[in-house]
Design a protein around this ligand. Structure first.
Ligand code: MN
Length: 405
């Protein structure tokens, strides 16, 4: 289990792009953990004939090191695509079967892979990359005992393929509600427990052999060496669950992929409502993802945090009314902080935590962002506080240490 820092590392890694009718943004933050073990993948337009209008996104939450998470973020997709008889190879066979021998790269001549082909390609890609990583000497000899969850989405023009191995999670927001979410692989789930016990293990304190909190993962080879059992029958299995769903362009709004550092402090509904409300205020997807990560930090997440937001053509749009309301809320908060700092109470000058506590019971407060609450406005509050605080230390570290109020 990871150790914690004295204060969180709040620098963020960001990325955004658009293509294939999608826009995506992502944000990740190390937070309170001593190491950053999360990784991610975002690819618009897959390599291989006939796949240019497909896209792939994933979040990996590493444990006991970042080696497996990092390797998967760079190579899982190619293992999925390159699996013989699967996605990429299907393309080659398609062009051989066509009468036009000169245009083997022409996407129009390649029959799209069937849903079943894609699903089995994803499954074999996971098993193959796991088998491949087992051959790395540091992972084989136990010098490196790392493992990683993987949650992803593969989008074709017609389908979503939600992919999950472990306890990171993907959700689809459609028709303004949470329409689908992947199911976390926890050792206590009946199916997981049965496999663990069949492999000679046990589930204690909700962990595999009392130690690992997740029952499916890539890597974690310490948990994958039971004699006489296949790769998907071990204490920890690299087998993903894949759910396909037809896209509904009129109704589909966005997909969120995130690790447990996010889901520990926000429910599916809370996060989706919060993202929806932010998308009505800004079309800057990095900014929206940064607000998610900051909000989760302020809600008390102690883990690494990663979030990928994929906006579909019918995602919420910026509305003038929402922008105006958000600006009014910020103004209100600023004036309240100014007021609280202008006339110190009996206990003297309030610290930031006291200010947050007072604001959390403020009856005149305009409505706060759904799902985010006051935590999502902590940065706004903190900025005014720091500007006005006469005792502020120059490095700005004055009142930052306490994250609960
Ligand atoms: Mn985590």
């Amino acid at each position: 289990m990871g150790a914690f820092l004295d204060k969180p590392r709040t620098e963020k890694h960001n990325l955004h792009a658009e293509g294939n009718g999608l826009r995506y943004g992502l944000s990740s933050m190390q937070g309170w953990r001593v190491e950053m073990e999360d990784a991610h993948t975002a690819v618009l337009g897959l390599p291989g004939p006939g796949m240019t209008d497909w896209s792939f996104f994933a979040v990996y939450d590493g444990h006991a090191g970042s080696r497996v998470a990092n390797y998967c973020s760079k190579h899982l997709l190619e293992h999925i695509i390159m699996c013989p008889a699967n996605l990429g190879a299907g393309g080659t066979q398609g062009s051989q079967a066509s009468s036009d021998s000169s245009a083997c790269d022409s996407p129009t001549l390649v029959p799209p892979p069937t849903v079943e082909t894609v699903k089995s390609g994803i499954r074999s890609g996971f098993l193959k990359i796991d088998e491949h990583m087992r051959s790395f000497s540091d992972l084989r000899n136990g010098m490196d005992r790392s493992g990683s969850t993987a949650v992803g989405i593969l989008l074709s023009p017609d389908h979503f393929f939600f992919i999950n191995c472990g306890d990171s999670r993907a959700v689809l927001f459609r028709n303004s509600h949470v329409c689908f979410s992947t199911l976390d692989h926890k050792p206590c789930n009946p199916r997981e427990r049965e496999r663990i016990q069949n492999a000679g293990g046990s589930v204690m304190i909700q962990r595999v052999n009392g130690s690992l909190a997740v029952s499916r993962a890539l890597g974690d080879f310490d948990y994958k060496c039971v004699d006489g059992k296949g790769p998907t029958e071990q204490l920890v299995s690299p087998e993903p669950e894949v759910f396909e769903m037809a896209r509904a362009p009129e109704q589909d709004q966005f997909v969120i992929l995130a690790c447990d550092g996010i889901w520990d402090v926000m429910s599916n509904e809370e996060l989706c409502e919060f993202v929806k409300s932010r998308l009505e205020v800004s079309d800057d997807l990095e900014r929206v993802c940064n607000e998610v990560v900051d909000t989760c930090l302020h809600k008390g997440s102690r883990d690494n945090m990663s979030v990928v937001l994929v906006c579909l053509p019918n995602a919420p749009k910026v509305s003038e009314e929402a922008v105006r309301k958000d600006a009014e809320l910020n103004k209100y908060l600023e004036s309240r902080v100014e007021e609280l700092l202008s006339r110190p109470g009996e206990e003297g000058f309030p610290d930031l935590v006291a200010v947050m506590r007072i604001l959390s019971t403020d009856i005149g407060m305009p409505s706060l962002p759904p799902g985010g609450g006051l935590a999502s406005k902590r940065s706004v509050i903190e900025a005014v506080y720091n500007r006005l605080n006469p005792y502020r230390e120059e490095d700005g570290s004055g009142a930052e240490l306490e994250y609960h109020w």
